[in-house]
Design a protein around this ligand. Structure first.
Ligand SMILES: C[S@@+](CC[C@H](N)C(=O)[O-])C[C@H]1O[C@@H](n2cnc3c(N)ncnc32)[C@H](O)[C@@H]1O
Length: 256
């Protein structure tokens, strides 16, 4: 991907607003829900068996992770495949991951990067990322991944302070939900216009639609979904894949 001149990358004020179309409210009542396809076990099994091209190594990492008590934190194979496709679609070379766990989503992204691509992974767990490192080495992509063991907000702030504004093509946010808004803002600074920010757990097991759920994590995700919906700095869509994947594309800059 050709890099924009530093001045263009840094000038947030010259962004062309993405969502110029007035929003119609109350859409839920006007949508024919009879057309929605419930993803039951049989249909999901079909989708996995017939359309997912998961490498054997990634299947093994999933199996090993399944033995951990926090296994459900890992994204599913169809989401991993989607993320790999998105990375390739935008010709990403530099990527960020906030929340790495045992390295499955990072593997999907790193395998989709070119050989000279780079992925910076943010996590705080030595124990879980030790498993990740083992699989990255086996996949032959360990040198593409720079794992930073520190609070993600600090790592992202350091990248911004180091002048890496607009230097990244892709970011995946999948860590502590309370800080999602902060990570989103930091990623908006770090990801170039026309790049992509993917935010996991945007449907949060359905809790976002339950007015009785008002815990800190649900409230944070709900507020961020709404904020991004109304954010003219990005184009956006929320995909009902996995636990909900919100995609936000920082707007292109006006030609000057
Ligand atoms: C949902 S898991 C990530 C799953 C991973 N993306 C995957 O699909 O395999 C969340 C991870 O975020 C990490 N984490 C939580 N809070 C963090 C923070 N403040 N800074 C960095 N990492 C954090 C946890 O250690 C955990 O590994």
């Amino acid at each position: 991907m050709a890099k924009l001149p530093a001045r263009a990358r840094r000038s947030a004020s010259s962004r062309r607003p993405a969502a110029a179309v007035p929003r119609v409210t109350g859409k839920a009542a006007s949508v024919d829900t009879g057309r929605l396809l419930p993803l039951d076990d049989r249909l999901y099994a079909y989708l996995l068996d017939e359309t997912v091209r998961e490498p054997e190594l990634m299947a093994r990492l999933r199996a090993e992770t399944r033995r951990l008590p926090n296994a459900s934190m890992q994204i599913g194979p169809e989401q991993a495949q989607l993320m790999g496709l998105l990375v390739r679609l935008i010709d990403a070379r530099r990527a960020l991951e906030i929340g790495t766990f045992t390295g499955y989503s990072a593997l999907a992204v790193a395998l989709a990067l070119p050989a000279d691509g780079r992925l910076i992974c943010c996590d705080m767990s030595e124990e879980w990322t030790e498993i990740a490192r083992r699989y990255w080495r086996e996949a032959g992509i360990a040198e593409r991944i720079d794992l930073r063991l520190a609070p993600a907000a600090d790592t992202l702030a350091e990248l911004i302070a180091a002048g890496e504004t607009g230097d990244f093509d892709f970011a995946f946010i999948d860590a502590d939900k309370e800080n999602y808004d902060l990570y989103y803002e930091q990623c908006l600074t770090l990801v170039r216009p026309g790049g992509l920010i993917a935010i996991d757990n945007a449907l949060w097991h359905g809790a976002v639609a339950d007015p009785a759920c008002n815990d800190v994590d649900t409230a944070a995700i709900r507020a961020l979904n709404r904020k991004i919906r109304d954010d003219t700095r990005v184009d956006m869509v929320l995909l009902a894949i996995g636990d909900g994947l919100l995609l936000a594309r920082p707007s292109q800059l006006e030609a000057t």
